[in-house]
Design a protein around this ligand. Sequence first.
Ligand code: BGC
Length: 713
Amino acid sequence: MTLEEKIGQMNQYTGFFDVTGPAPADGEAKKKYDHIKSGKVGSMLNVRGAEQVQKMQKLAVENSRLGIPIIFALDVIHGHKTIFPIPLAEAASWDLEAIEKGARVAAIEAAAQGLNWTFAPMVDISRDARWGRVMEGAGEDTYLGSKIAAARVMGFQGDDLSANNTIIACAKHFAGYGFAESGKEYNTADVGTSTLHNVILPLFKAAKDAGVRTFMNSFNELNGIPATGDRYLQRVILKGEWNFDGFVVSDWDSIIEMIQHGHAADGKHAAELAANAGCDMDMEAHLYIKHLKDLVKSGKVKESDIDDAARRILRVKYELGLFDDPYRYCDETREKELIYADAHKAAALDMAKKSIVLLKNEKNILPLAKSGQKIALIGPLADDKDSPLGNWRLAADGNNAITVLEGMNTYKENTINHQIGVKLLSNEKTRFIYELEINTTDKSDMDEAVAAAKVADVVVMVLGEHGFQSGEGRSRAELDLPGLQQELLEKCFAANSNMVLVLNNGRPLAIPWAAKNVPAIIEAWQLGMESGNAIAQVLYGDYNPSGKLPMTFPRDVNQVPIYYNYKNTGRPDPNGMVFWSHYTDQTNDPLYPFGHGLSYTTFKYDNLHTIVNGRKVVVSVSVTNTGKVDGEEVVQLYIRDKVASVTRPIKELKGFKKINLAAGKSQTVLFTLTEKELGFFNNQGKFIVESGDFDVMVGGSSATSLDNTFTIK
Ligand code: BGC
C-alpha cells in the first residue's frame, strides 16, 4: 500500500443523512465520492439501507486501486428499527441476558441494513443526572456497568464477526466524558488517579475483555489533555497494558476541536497530536487526509505508526469478512424479512417490562383493578407516540411507539378518560435545537384534566421529559418535571389523590413533592416501541415489576453529584454541632437510592453468612418471598474495605443475582468474592489486595442494613 492508501484507511466521512454532529458544508458530497473512488476513505458513518450501502461500497471496491471495502458505521444504540428502551432503562433490569439479547436484535437489524459497526456501547460512568447522556449509559456503578458493557459487546458482536448478522461494537468515550464538570455537555473532566482507575477505566477494560473491536476517544479533556490527543490513555493503557489490537476512532470532529481546547495550534498540529497519541481513525474532521502525508514526510509522525493504524483497521475488515464478500451485508430480501420481525418486537416488550422500576406503592393502589374502574389518564406524554422512543434512535421511523393510552385500552373493562393537561411542543423542529419540548405557558388544557381527575376512581398521570430532552447536547440545569407539569400534577392531586404517577424520562429526576404525596410512582423511562404495552401490564399486575435503579435519584438538583458509593470523610456523622459533612438546608440522603425498586410482593433477607478461604469468600443469604404473588428480586451484595492504603467507598456493589421466587418460597443465594472483587487500584494504577476487615451487606437495594464482617489475611 502507498502511504496515501494507508492514510485513506484512517479517514472516516459522514454520509449525507442522519448527521449527528455539525453538518458538513454543501459541495462536500462530491469530494467525498471522489475520495471513496480513489481509496482515500476507510469508513463511512450515517449511510444505511442495503441498497445505499451496496452503492457506496461499489464505488470503493470497483474504482479504487486496491478495492479495499469500506466499513459502514452508525450509532445503533438501543435497537435499530425495532426500538428498545434507552440504555439507562435497560440497565435498570439488571438482566444481563435480556440486555445481551437486545444488542443482538439491534445487530441483526443493523447488519440487514448493510451496517458493520455500531458506536455502542457507551460505557461512561456518570454521577450527574444533569448530563444529558446519562440516558445512553448504564448509570453510576462500575460493577454493574462493567457487566452490562460486556453483555452489550457480546450481543452486538456475537461469536462470529464474519456472520452476516453481527456487527462490531465500540466502547466509548475513552475516557472521562461522564465526569463533565457541572454536568454540562462537552465540559472539562478533572479526575484523580483513584477515580480514573477504580471507577472509569474498569468498564472499558470489561468491554475489551469481552472482545470489543473498537474504541472511540472523547470530546472532553481529561486532566488538561484532550482525550483525543491523550497518549497515556490510548497508547500506554489501551494498546500497551491492555494489549488491544482493534482500532480507535476519534469522536466527531474531536481532532480539530483540540484547537479550541487550546492544545493544538492548528489543524495540522491537531492531526499530529492525535496520530501520535494513538487515534487510528479520524471521524469527519478531514485532518488526517489533509495533513498526515506531510507530517510523515517531515518526520513529525512515524510511518510505522501509520502502518500500525492501517493494519488495525484492515484486521477488523478481515474479521468482518469484507474481503471475502464486501456485499455480504447488503441483501434487500433479508433486510425486508428481518426489520421489525415479530421476535424482535417480543424481545423489545420483554426488555421494556424488565426495565420498569416501581418506586413507591402505598395503600396497595397498584396493581389496578381490571374492571369497573373509571380512570382519568392525564399528561402530555400519555398518548405521545414519539417520545417513548427516546433519543439516539437514528434509524427509527418515529411516531411508532405504543402509548400508555393504547396499552391501557387493551384492558377493555375499564373506562378511560384521556386528557393531555399540558400540550407538547412539536418535537420535529426541536430535534437539533435546544428548547423545552413541554409547554411552559399554555394552561388552556388544565381545567379539563382536573375535572376528569375529580370524577375518576383512579388517576394515572404520565409525566416527565420528552424523548429529546436527554441525549447529546441536552444537559439540564434543573431536574424537575419540565414545563407546567408540576402545576398540573398538584392540581389534579388536589382534585383526586387516588393517583399513580408514571414517569417517562431519560435521567433521574428530583421530584420530592411527588415522592412525598403521590401514593404510587412507576419509573418507566423511555421504553421504546412497546412502551405502552409494558406500562399497562405493570399497571394491571400482569407483570410484576422487578427493576432496580441504576442511578441515584436526588431530592434536589443541588445534591448532584450524588451516588451511593461515596467516601466517608473525616466527619460523616452529626456530632451535635455544625461541623460535620452535610448541608444546613437539605438532607444528605437521596430521594431514591441506587438499587432501589419495589415489587408487588415483598422479600425478606436473613441468615447472612460468610466463609473465608484464603482470598476467596463465599457469602450466603436466604431470601424469602413473604407476599402473596410470585416475583423476581435482584439480590445485591455490597462490600466495604474498612481500612485501606487508599480509602475505599462506604459500600461498593460486588455481586448481584436476579432470582424468581414463588409466593411463600425461600432460596439460599450464594456469592463468591475473589481478589478481583476484594482489591482495588492504588494511585500508581496498580491492582492490589490488602489484608484486613471488610463489611459485607446484602439486600434489595444499596440502602440495605443486613450486614456481616469478614477478614482477609
Ligand atoms: C457522539 C458519539 C457518536 C458520534 C457519531 C458524536 O457526536 O459523541 O457518541 O458516536 O457523534 O454519531
